[in-house]
Design a protein around this ligand. Structure first.
Ligand code: AMP
Ligand code: ZN
Length: 504
């Protein structure tokens, strides 16, 4: 029997049974990337985690509206400059060119890792009207004030009202991140415009533009642009409603981004937005958070080619996806060459077993279907792990117990008489569903349509062209050298009337 789906709700700090607002439907909002430079593997980890969650919700039969935004305005650097504007200035591009370039790069990466497209991918710059309306409503409700063309969220006024609702009010400022207002006062990072605010913990929801700012819009408070946190409140409300099911993001966004989002939602609509908050944990490299701002990153491309001092070789996208799935989304994971090597081995072993399973035939002649029952129980246990807050490492551990049995059935150590054909069919269906549909893995050896395969095709075209030129030039030495080197790499080249072809 199917187990209920449980989620670790980071707002309540409890593992809760998931019950959507409307039976059969799920609304999920995930903070997307700020598109001002290439995604790194840490970003990919977070989005792959939510891809897995999206896939599993659909597998459970929910119709999911998955909204993942693109931040292309208002996200400031620590020094107060807009990240998009800074990149536009440095690279002499329009901010929208910067956004398009890196959004395309992001989409390519999502496809390479076989992440599904969200249902809606709204851009902050395309939702300025909604954000202005939200600012106005927050002001009207007494939680926002205008100073010199900028509008700030009045944290003290908000918190006073929340406090009046009692200590357990779920939307008190600091409830999500566990921070106290006093601490916030001393550590607030928004150093610019500090003098304008009533209190250092107040945050900008609308910012007055400077003459040199590239992205700016007219508003009731003058020309400016929205504060970063506002876009997610405005777009989640627009597409999912004032109350919706799930909100996700990396746990580095808990404060201030998500804390401020909740305050804005309540401040505007008297409702807190999401009922369940899910936070993914960080990908580390050398024990430190992988982060653009301090240069501790490895790009997916470096991982594919192995072109990084941290790696001894390249790894395929699916080996890397498998690597990510081996850790629960809420735990940190450290990227090391050894861990990637182990993941690659595990991934290849799993794909091999699935191919073996495809060819396996059983008779079920034995009176007791002992092995068949174990296989069915193992599969049910794997899905039960998924129901327990999407526990992919434990689900994979169950799957590997099944892999051992598949190999033993194929090798004769277990009797195929002890599995009924119907049980085998069921196992094939369920294992395929879990591995390919839910975990989103692809069998690269079976020609999965991923960038690696395409890249290899491209490289082979170039090599065979060079070899053809060598043959035309009667440079037999070079021609043979290319063929022999490829052969050593496991690629056979065959010369025919139409030119050379290759196979692995
Ligand atoms: P950004 O483009 O910086 O706004 O980040 C996009 C998403 O990636 C956010 O949800 C971040 O929390 C997440 N993220 C950033 N760094 C890491 C990391 N090292 N590991 C996992 N997720 C990360
Ligand atoms: Zn957000």
């Amino acid at each position: 029997m199917a187990t209920p789906l449980k989620l670790n709700n980071t707002l309540s700090r409890k593992k809760e049974i998931f019950e959507p607002l409307e039976a059969g439907f799920v609304g999920m909002y995930v903070c997307g990337p700020t598109v001002y430079n290439p995604v790194h593997l840490g970003n990919c980890r977070t989005f792959t985690s939510f891809d897995l969650i999206y896939r599993y919700l659909m597998y459970k039969g929910y119709r999911v509206r998955y909204v993942r935004n693109i931040t292309d305005v208002g996200h400031l650097t620590d020094s107060g400059e807009d990240k998009m504007a800074k990149e536009a200035r440095i690279s002499k591009l329009e901010p929208m060119e910067v956004a398009a370039k890196y959004a395309n790069d992001f989409h390519d990466m999502m496809r390479i890792f076989n992440n599904l497209n969200p249902s809606i991918e709204p851009q902050a710059s395309g939702h300025i009207i909604e954000q202005i309306e939200m600012v106005q409503q927050i002001i009207d409700n007494g939680y926002g004030y205008e100073v010199n063309g900028s509008v700030y969220f009045d944290v003290a006024a908000y918190e006073k009202d929340m406090e009046a609702k009692g200590d357990n009010a779920p939307h008190r400022y600091g409830a999500l991140s566990g921070r106290k207002i006093d601490e916030l006062l001393s550590e607030t990072r928004e150093l610019n415009s500090q003098a304008e605010k009533k209190s250092p913990s107040d945050f900008a929801i609308w910012m007055k533009a400077k003459p040199e700012d590239l992205q700016k819009w007219k508003s009731p408070w003058g020309v400016g642009f929205p504060g970063w946190h506002l876009e997610c409140s405005a777009m989640s409300t627009k597409y999912l409603g004032e109350t919706f099911d799930i909100h996700g993001g990396g746990n580095d966004l808990k404060f201030p981004h998500h804390e401020n989002e909740i305050a804005q939602n309540v401040g505007c609509c008297h409702r807190g937005g999401a009922r369940y908050w899910l936070h993914t944990n960080m990908l580390l490299m050398n024990g430190r958070k992988m982060s653009k701002s301090d240069g501790n990153t490895v790009t997916p491309d470096q991982l594919f080619t192995g072109d990084s001092p941290h790696l001894t070789k390249g790894y395929s996208p699916m080996a890397i996806r498998f690597f990510m799935l081996q850790t629960h989304y809420s735990s940190t994971m450290d990227l090391t060459d050894e861990a990637l090597q182990a993941a690659e081995k595990g991934y290849l072993r799993l794909m091999e077993a699935i191919r073996t399973l495809g060819k396996l035939e059983v008779s079920g002649k034995a009176q007791n279907e002992t092995v068949g029952k174990e296989l069915a129980e193992g599969m049910a246990a794997a899905f039960a792990e998924m129901d327990d807050d999407f526990n992919t490492p434990k689900a994979l551990a169950r799957v590997f117990e099944i892999v051992t049995k598949i190999n033993a059935l194929a090798g004769g150590q277990l009797s195929t008489d002890e599995v009924n054909p119907a049980t085998l069919d069921r196992l094939k269906t369920d294992l395929h569903a879990l591995i390919f549909d839910v975990l989103g893995l692809q069998d690269e050896a079976a020609g999965g349509s991923n960038a690696h395969t395409k890249a290899l095709d491209g490289v082979m075209d170039v090599l065979l062209d060079i070899r053809q030129q060598a043959r035309t030039d009667k440079n037999w030495g070079l021609s043979d050298q290319i063929r022999d080197a490829l052969s050593e790499a496991g690629i056979k080249v065959k010369d025919g009337k139409e030119g050379a072809t290759w196979s692995v």
